[in-house]
Design a protein around this ligand. Sequence first.
Ligand code: NAP
Length: 246
Amino acid sequence: MTDRPVAVVTGASSGIGATTARALAAAGFAVVLGARRVDRCAHIAAEIDGIAVRLDVTDQESVDAFAAAVPDCRLLVNNAGGAHGLEPVAEADVEAWRWMFETNVLGTLRMTKALLPALVASGDGHVVTVTSVAATEVYDNGAGYCGAKHAQSALHRTLRGELLGQPVRLTEVLPGLVETDFSLVRFDGDAEKAAKVYRGLTPLSADDVAEVIAFAATRPPHVNLDQIVVKARDQATATRTYRRDT
Ligand code: NAP
């Protein structure tokens, strides 16, 4: 797999990460898929001639071991993340907030720090970070997730300046509603609550977002797509949607 440029995708066991791994392989990358459910990654890796390596972005030892298995890297997709809970600040669950900040923010920090030397050394590196419309908006009951995505976005955008002059591009992808396991995770496995999030509208699919990431990754080295907001037509803002009667 060494003759192809190497792309690392975090959170590649499901949703946007899984479809991004497939889209990048189709675009000619050798993909290294990382997540805690490495069996799922291995299944996808076998289909796309990639490799699967167990990764917990909240655990520095796991990140170090992952990075040691990836000596060359041209593209890092910081996708691992998600939300836990939907409560007002007055009733916030501190542990849920800790999970969101550890995974979305510190996970992105750990992975970016670990792979930056290889990205720079490649001579044509690229970091894509999947944040959210929650990185630019706030909504009632969403302070934990919005706070984490704002912080993840700030980290990513800061790098754009710090790496100026280095051969590394930086792209932030900010999706709106995408139908994945995201809401199932957010509502702790409550499928009925999760389904309600998408009821009456046509959300984005994980493939829709993967195609955007693959497009950004396949521009010529001098072309940097800084920020890409991608939403369903039925969604105007984080909270304003059009729902048909169901
Ligand atoms: P998903 O299907 O739940 O996927 C989340 C992925 O993150 C899984 O592969 C999961 O893998 C991984 N992950 C979670 N904790 C991890 C950890 N500690 N270490 C490594 N991997 C971890 O949801 P998704 O919608 O595809 O989410 C992908 C990204 O898109 C997230 O950053 C999310 O915030 C963002 N996003 C989603 C939406 C949406 O509406 N779906 C909208 C905007 C932004 P394991 O559990 O196997 O570790």
